[in-house]
Design a protein around this ligand. Structure first.
Ligand SMILES: Cc1cc2nc3c(=O)[nH]c(=O)nc-3n(C[C@H](O)[C@H](O)[C@H](O)COP(=O)(O)O)c2cc1C
Length: 193
């Protein structure tokens, strides 16, 4: 069992980082190995739209940390993907990662995961936002969940943390327990695959 967390935020000690790490902490408390990726510690360039990934088996021509992230995703049983809501959607950092997944979703728009890696990819997709209304971005968040399902992730949980304009997330004791619980529960759940 291997659990990885990805924070698609530029704030290394910001809300997204805290949320993703709390979920990882819950998994760690169950004795599970975890690995954390912070977007700003990675060198991941935006997709250049060259289509080279669809023309052969070479994969993406950009040689950067996306290979490292893809390898970690391939090895992981559970992925925690966290993004802040920026301008009513995921962060640009998150979208850069998703666009770069295009190279793995080729050449025939075939499933994202190769057969040998497809055993289970449980995903916890987590968003956080300043606005206190949990319904405000629901249609976008539901859509994003569906997008990950099309990429063959088994989306298990979509915790959305709201109301962060009033103070940093680490002051919220209720979240500490709730997020750690998600991390400990996911590692004991079965996969649908
Ligand atoms: C550029 C930018 C755009 C934002 N847009 C929204 C928004 O549309 N709706 C919202 O509720 N909060 C918005 N926020 C607030 C963030 O979602 C919130 O502060 C979040 O917790 C930041 O996470 P971080 O600390 O990981 O960066 C925005 C913040 C920034 C910096």
């Amino acid at each position: 069992m291997n659990v990885i967390g990805i924070s698609a935020s530029s704030r290394k000690e910001g809300n997204t980082a805290w949320i993703v790490n709390k979920i990882l902490e819950g998994a760690k408390e169950q004795g599970i190995e975890t690995q954390y990726f912070d977007f700003n510690n990675l060198d991941i360039k935006p997709c250049q739209g060259c289509w080279a990934c669809h023309k052969g088996d070479q994969g993406c021509v950009i040689k950067d940390d996306m290979q490292k992230l893809n390898d970690a995703i391939d090895r992981a049983n559970v992925i925690v993907f966290g993004s802040p809501i920026y301008m009513m959607q995921m962060s640009a950092q998150g979208k850069i990662i998703i666009d770069r997944m295009f190279a793995r979703f080729s050449p025939r728009y075939s499933p994202y995961f190769k057969e040998e890696n497809a055993a289970e990819k449980r995903l916890i997709l987590t968003f956080n936002q300043g606005n206190p209304d949990p319904e405000l971005f629901k249609s976008y968040i539901d859509y994003t969940k569906h997008m990950f399902e099309l990429l063959e992730f088994d989306v298990k949980e979509v915790p959305v943390v709201t109301g962060l304009r009033n103070g940093p997330v680490n002051e919220r004791e209720d979240l500490n327990i709730m997020l750690k619980d998600i991390g400990s529960t996911i590692v004991s759940q079965g996969s649908k695959k």
